[in-house]
Design a protein around this ligand. Structure first.
Ligand code: GTP
Ligand code: MG
Length: 499
């Protein structure tokens, strides 16, 4: 039984008043006694006592203030709870709007439309405001039985063999004291053999990722194949309850041992009170009389915790999840846009490498002077910049082209390229046929390294990263030396020479 708050306050006030009266009385008695024996000492003692009391009161007020700050924080936290989701929902809406703008940049119509549909679905789910609880776990752990027990009627086939549930099934629930509707989703089990099993697992994982709250069902200690997906979902911020089902199969000692193991395994992500023991569909037992008796499902601890979590965190769970979904969509869109930009800028580099080769072949230089092609590179940089949404002026682009040209020379990449290509080309083309062509081809190769380095520069928001331009250029040179690229390049170069 809990004491009413007003009673507590009244008792505290009366106790403090009695204590204060007793204290004043004692100090007065002491003062009178000392005045009789040593009159000159009475006043200093009284002043000292009053001073000590003042210090004590000040300390209480000071530390009390800190505590109040703590209490204040926790109480404002609980008072402010309804406000938090409002902010989070606002963040989620802003995020969705930003993503919609991003999606417009995707050129492939089918992909763009698919992502726009996804974004619309997220927004619609948000507007509907239902809480999506997804039951997830290994095959035959008892997911469907759990849903049956919750809903209190047979809603899904319950079977002993793995793989009974083959697709996501959703049921609508209302919970007392909760305005929002609950969508309870059954999923196929993970870790089932065969390609059908893998496909079903993919469906289950997708549904789990979309959940506001996850009920992860196990029927024993966690296997690593269960631990990994559970932790992965927790890692992305998925709120989960770990349900230990089929507890009727274990003697109490084993049962509590398994619970402790489960709690310690997931303690970094799931609180001990969120590891819940149930028996969704206990097996019949033989009574001493020889009769068979089927116990009722034991899911009360889960229902209690579920109700508490949904009432306390329901709004937060929805807002957090919408934010998570929109962030994932944003990341997907960014990846697609990056791939699209990469493809477009590679086309630009390809075009400019052969333009620069043409220029040098027409006006052969005494030695390969990559700086001479700076004008071409300037234009290439401007065009790549545009793809990445940067409007570079000519002077800046030229400066970049020149400093990259110098880096190529100072790193010995110009010389290295001449050697590399001379060897690669003479294997395929007679030296006399190659003639002055080697200069043009080398320039093309260097333009390619320069172009790829600039793509990296723009991908990293116009920065060269920690290692500076030198590291990016060297990395691109190493990448371009790879066999498959070199072969393709030499083949293209030979075609250009012979045409
Ligand atoms: N002893 C016992 N058996 C249970 C319990 N819950 C479920 N089962 C049994 O476990 C088996 C699998 O149950 P399901 O509910 O179909 O399991 P599921 O996780 O939905 O399985 P899939 O759909 O194949 O992934 C059935 O034979 C159930 O009767 C329980 O609490 N105790
Ligand atoms: Mg099932």
């Amino acid at each position: 039984m809990r004491f009413p708050r007003s009673w507590m306050i009244a008792i505290t006030v009366v106790s403090i008043a009695i204590l204060s009266l007793w204290l004043i009385n004692s100090i007065y008695a002491l003062y009178v006694q000392v005045s009789w024996t040593t009159p000159w000492l009475a006043t200093p003692i009284l002043i000292a006592i009053l001073l000590l009391m003042a210090i004590a009161i000040a300390a209480i007020i000071y530390y009390g203030g800190i505590f109040q700050g703590w209490w204040g924080k926790s109480s404002t936290k609980s008072q402010k709870l309804p406000e938090v989701p409002v902010e989070r929902s606002a963040a989620a809406s802003v995020n969705l709007q930003a993503i919609n703008l991003q999606l417009q940049q995707i050129q492939d119509e089918v992909t763009r439309q698919a992502l726009i549909d996804k974004s619309r679905e997220i927004a619609e789910n948000f507007a509907r405001g239902q809480i999506r609880v997804v039951v997830f776990g290994t095959g035959s752990a008892g997911k469907t039985s759990l849903i049956n027990a919750i809903i209190g009627r047979i809603v899904g086939e319950v079977g002993a063999a793995m793989g009974t549930t083959t697709r996501g099934e959703t049921y609508t629930l209302e919970l007392k004291g909760l305005d929002r509707q609950i969508l309870l989703t059954d999923t196929p089990g993970i870790l089932e053999a065969g390609s059908a099993g893998t496909q079903r697992e993919a469906i289950a994982r997708e549904l789990a990722t979309a959940a506001d709250l996850l009920l992860f069902v196990v029927d024993n200690d966690l296997r690593s194949s269960e631990y990994i997906p559970l932790m992965e979902l927790a890692e992305i911020g998925k709120r989960s309850l770990l349900i230990f089902n089929k507890t009727d199969l274990y003697p109490p000692i084993d049962r509590s041992k398994i619970v402790k193991q489960l709690q310690s395994r997931v303690q970094s992500k799931i609180e001990a009170q969120d590891v819940i023991e149930i028996a969704a569909n206990p097996q019949p037992v033989r009574l001493e009389s020889g009769e068979m008796f089927t116990p009722d499902p034991d899911i009360l601890p889960l229902l209690r915790r579920l109700a508490a979590v949904l009432r306390a965190e329901g709004e937060d769970l929805i807002a957090d999840n919408i934010l998570l979904q929109s962030q994932r969509l944003g990341a997907e869109a960014r990846e697609l846009i990056d791939a699209q930009r990469l493809c477009q800028s590679e086309r630009i580099v390809n075009r400019f490498q052969w333009i620069s080769a043409g220029v040098v072949t027409v006006t052969p230089l005494p030695v390969v002077d990559f700086l001479a092609t700076a004008a071409i590179n300037t234009q290439m940089i401007i065009e790549i910049g545009k793809i990445y949404g940067c409007d570079l002026n000519k002077d800046t682009a030229q400066e970049l082209a020149l400093s990259l040209g110098k880096t190529l020379t100072s790193l010995g990449i110009v010389k290295g390229t001449i050697q590399l290509l001379s060897t690669a080309l003479t294997v395929n083309v007679a030296t006399y046929a190659l003639g002055k062509g080697i200069q043009g081809i080398t320039t093309a190769y260097l333009t390619r390294i320069a172009g790829r380095s600039f793509i990296e520069y723009f991908r990293q928001n116009q920065t060269w990263g920690d290692g500076g331009m030198t590291e990016v250029v060297q990395q691109q040179f190493q990448l371009s030396r790879k066999d498959e690229f070199l072969k393709l390049f030499v083949q293209q170069a030979i075609e250009k020479i012979s045409s």
